[in-house]
Design a protein around this ligand. Structure first.
Ligand SMILES: [Zn+2]
Ligand SMILES: [Zn+2]
Length: 265
């Protein structure tokens, strides 16, 4: 299986980075997308387009409905034309939303000129802990974020943990995975400046570098990649954040690059 990061920012695109979207391609007919932020636009770019040319089904796993994670759903008709789309949308009690309503409202009038009706799009309401997606066992876990969000684990290959306050229980959820994608919105200095580990940073429902390094160490994943980068973080600042985290965890910490494939074995 291959991971192709398509959008590694949170909030808004900057420094050439799109918002939350990650492609998993295992060969064959099926491709998986983790979130559909503005990075979904890269499905139409080479060599990503070539990589998925043989795929007939796109399975989109959504973590939650904040716009930096779903705005790329608008692009589907252009970047994934005429092929089947299955959207796994979290609902109660995992998040504070009605799944089908959240997706169909977003992709219809007055926000969009045509509804999903008539397009080969199916919305699966995810309310439990587990579904099978393209032959992979996918697990979900409720997280601490305004309105709720879910962590997503795909087999033992990858764990996707974005838009959450740091939660020690994530370590058990991610245990033994090959790669942990975990949001790092704040540096430790920023967290301290905003009132420490119980201050504004934690209340915002986002994580900081030191806490994520600790979780990854406890999870004993083979590697860690910080995601959902703050748009104001320059490439140099992102690289130094990674260096700091590597020192803290002792794990290989990857700096993802949009469009650049990461083999997951
Ligand atoms: Zn976000
Ligand atoms: Zn969010």
């Amino acid at each position: 299986m291959l991971l192709v990061p398509l959008g590694i920012n949170g909030f808004f695109p900057a420094h050439g980075r799109h918002t939350a979207c990650y492609l998993l391609a295992a060969g064959g007919r099926t491709a998986i997308l983790l979130d559909a932020g503005t990075g979904a636009a890269r499905l139409a770019e080479e060599p990503v387009k070539r990589r998925i040319a043989g795929c007939e089904e796109l399975h989109i796993l959504l973590s939650h409905y904040h716009l930096d994670h779903v705005s790329g759903l608008f692009y589907l008709a252009g970047v994934w034309p005429r092929k089947r789309v299955i959207i796994y949308a979290p609902g109660h009690p995992l998040v504070d939303a009605n799944a089908a309503e959240a997706v169909t409202r977003l992709c219809g009038a007055p926000y969009f000129p045509r509804s999903f009706a008539g397009l080969p799009v199916e919305v699966v309401d995810v309310t439990g802990a587990e579904v099978m997606v393209g032959g992979h066992r996918v697990r979900f876990r409720a997280q601490r974020h305004p309105g709720g969000s879910v962590g997503i684990r795909i087999g033992d290959v990858l764990c996707y943990v974005t838009d959450t306050a740091p939660d020690p229980a994530t370590a058990a959820f991610a245990r033994g995975c090959r790669l942990l994608l975990h949001e790092v919105w704040f540096t430790d200095e920023e967290m301290e400046r905003y009132g420490g580990p119980h201050g504004v940073a934690a209340q915002s429902g986002h994580s900081w570098a030191g806490a994520v390094a600790e979780i990854a160490g406890q999870a004993e994943t083979a590697s860690l990649a910080p995601i959902h980068l703050a748009p104001w973080r320059s490439p140099g600042e992102a690289a130094s954040l990674i260096g700091q985290m590597e020192k803290k965890t002792g794990l290989p910490v990857l700096m993802l690059e949009e469009g650049k494939e990461v083999p997951l074995g």
